[in-house]
Ligand binder design. Sequence first.
Ligand code: SRM
Ligand code: SF4
Length: 513
Amino acid sequence: MVQAPEKDGTTLNKFEKFKAEKDGLAIKDELDHFAQIGWEAMDKTDLEYRLKWVGVFYRPVTPGKFMMRLRVPNGIISSEQMRVLGEIVQRYGDDGNADITTRQNLQLRGIRIEDLPDIFQRLKSVSMTSVQSGMDNVRNITGSPMAGLDADELIDTRELVQKVQDMITNCGQGNYQFSNLPRKFNIAIEGGRDNSVHAEINDIAFVPGYKEGELGFNVVVGGFFSAKRCEAAIPMNVWVRPNQEVVDLCRGILEVYRDNGLRANRQKSRLMWLIDEWGIEEFRTRVANHLGYALATAAEKDAIDWEKRDHLGVFPQKQEGLSYIGLCVPVGRLFADDMFDLARIAEVYGSGELRLTVEQNVIIPNIAAENMATLLTEPLLAKFTPNPTPLQRALVSCTGAQFCNFALIETKNKAVDLISQLDAELNIPRGVRMHWTGCPNSCGQPQVADIGLMGTKARKDGKTVEGVDLYMGGKVGKDAHLGSCVQKGIPCEDLKSVLTSILIEQFGATPKG
Ligand code: SRM
Ligand code: SF4
């Protein structure tokens, strides 16, 4: 559906113009053609932008080698699906790999345009889709990584997340109703007590809350990060039951945003800008009027009363005799052999299921007690350990300069190198959540970290060098709030000494003997 131009007569920006000319989703019917003509012969807008509507990203850093962003609702993926993805990246040799993303999702690398018809066929054969995972669409929908496993869980989010994804994507076929939003859009559904999904940084988040003794969700809206502005989500004063009401509210909010969201300036198009313009009460009223029924007011308080868990290690499930194991995947990077191994391990020891976390790690559930000891001897666990150091266990990094042309610095390798140096020199008594992000777009969420590092250019000895802005004070779990920038322009080469001091002074680290 092509949206009306800006009502106030403002000139359309280039994104709105090309979307009005041809909906990005239309690209889904042209993939065979692109595979035949090759990427160099493609129309530039189709290549650089519209392909993102099917989750295929042209990478100016590696022309001809595309990234494919999937959808992994609630972060749950089967061993069969993981194996198919492993086979897809394996054919690209050293160019092929996969990253677990900060939205519990997977991105594949090295993809060639001529292979797209085959790749989409393979995805379909294992009920996976990458549709509408980029540009002005709803991103992967996150849910509790422990859904259905945790004895203390409040609401099992699995079915709800799937239903919301099916509504938005027309069961993975692509849905023109939601293919032209004013901007990207994030949805999260939390079912546990520890806010495992970072509810506060989503455009819509559902957070468990009891209303008159009945368990449902309070709804917060408008959370987002951008280079220009970062905001935590605010209460919408709405409570919904954990059923179709969740799906309907998402639909209502998306339609109101689609039809009224600001489109003139891409820097001012996320949902919060519309909420600013209307005020939250007017926004709530408009959504209720659009849906055609009254919305229940929020429960007095939500039920998030735990600190956030990272799920790394071995833990019992609510199912008697079963446990899950959380493995630390350094900065989320997987290669084909890792993917095959994970799939095999999930099948041999578990139920053939794997889960991804927003910390870019993997959980294998449903392991019988008698199988755990043997699982712990698997060679893969030397690489993806269930017992990482305090710095390893909470390290997150965005893609950075290796593949992302927005990046001001390389991130993933720097992040891993730096913590191994710090681990070698310091005893650190507790987990320190360190998040790297290559530019102010904040994909690596530095604002939720204990120590957040955002790529920038710095000056040293009269020269421009790679640097970071330092963020601190992000709090996750109960009473989550965003951290802020405390120091700008630290040259990367000085970072080790800066972080050593911070770890000693603020996190109780002591130098190793
Ligand atoms: Fe992001 C754009 C990677 C999570 C805010 N993000 C991009 C692009 C697509 C830019 C590009 O075309 O190169 C990056 C792709 C690089 C690549 O080759 O991988 C990119 N974003 C990522 C991922 C892969 C980071 C990671 O390593 O995990 C995450 C993919 C999530 C997913 O599975 O869909 C990712 N991005 C986020 C998050 C975190 C989150 O959702 O919790 C944010 C901040 C939250 C938010 O959006 O409110 C985020 N990404 C952005 C922005 C700034 C949005 C804005 O309103 O201005 C951009 C730039 C844009 O959209 O114009 C961006
Ligand atoms: Fe790229 Fe910047 Fe996002 Fe990192 S934060 S993936 S560098 S857009």
